[in-house]
Design a protein. Structure first.
Length: 250
């Protein structure tokens, strides 16, 4: 069974860094497990964080602009073609980790057959992996426009300000129905000696589940391009036991 994690939040909140931190932790806890990184953020930062410029996307298949690595096999149905094309755009990072990039997602109410075909093809790919980590756009609604799949853990990444809390409440309202049955909570990121009492109080008043806080990493602030932080990884390990995810001894 596939374990699915979705990382949501405002652009710049640290979603890609936290996505990579989850990847690091899962690889170390379960080195034999297969992992798919699913870049659903319009910025495409996840691929760039691995030094990749991924041009072949799910949107490219939808729009007919995808440049295939090989010739298109003959005699396929449109459904088979979409499934074949989706396989063509998966990029391996190592033996157990792959990445796929969405870019634009079509509207869910679109009646064109390609919408359902892409949803079905996404589902088949997702179910093939032990873990899928979605680096999402603002909320889960955008992911749901692409693929209608259950989420085990949806993390909203918030910064330690009252303004960010208000935005986080909106994200939770937009995302809650798509995370039904799974865990939906907030991780406060980039904490640097702030007094979080007022932030936590406002979150609790908004009925937001606080999963924990992660520290500010000065190296990331200096502009490192790989969006990787050992400090964030270690802090995330400390709160991992609170998450609706397989535990090391389970």
């Amino acid at each position: 069974m596939t374990t699915k994690i979705a990382i949501t939040g405002k652009s710049g909140s640290g979603k890609t860094t936290i996505t990579k931190a989850f990847l690091n932790i899962i690889q170390n806890m379960f080195p034999e497990k297969s992992i798919l990184l699913f870049d659903n953020d319009l910025s495409g930062e996840l691929g760039h964080s691995f030094g990749l410029d991924i041009r072949n996307t799910i949107y490219g298949i939808r729009s007919g602009k995808h440049e295939y690595k090989t010739g298109i096999p003959q005699g396929m149905t449109k459904h088979e073609y979409v499934e074949w094309a989706m396989e063509d755009i998966i990029v391996p990072l190592n033996d157990n980790v792959d990445i796929i990039v969405s870019w634009f997602a079509g509207a869910k109410d679109c009646r064109c057959p390609i919408t359902a075909q892409i949803n079905d093809a996404c589902q088949k790919i997702i179910e093939r992996y032990d873990y899928v980590i979605f680096d999402c756009e603002f909320d889960l609604k955008y992911l749901n426009q692409l693929v209608d799949t259950n989420i085990d853990l949806a993390v909203i990444v918030a910064n330690p300000t009252l303004e960010s809390v208000k935005l986080t409440k909106r994200i939770a309202e937009f995302s809650s129905k798509y995370a039904a049955g799974g865990q939906l909570g907030v991780i406060v990121n980039k904490v640097n000696n702030q007094d979080l009492d007022s932030v936590y109080k406002t979150m609790k008043e908004a009925d937001l589940d606080i999963l924990g806080a992660l520290p500010y990493d000065e190296k990331l602030a200096e502009g490192t391009s790989d969006w990787k932080s050992d400090i964030v990884v270690e802090a995330l390990k400390q709160l991992y036991f609170r998450l609706n995810l397989p535990q090391e001894n389970s």
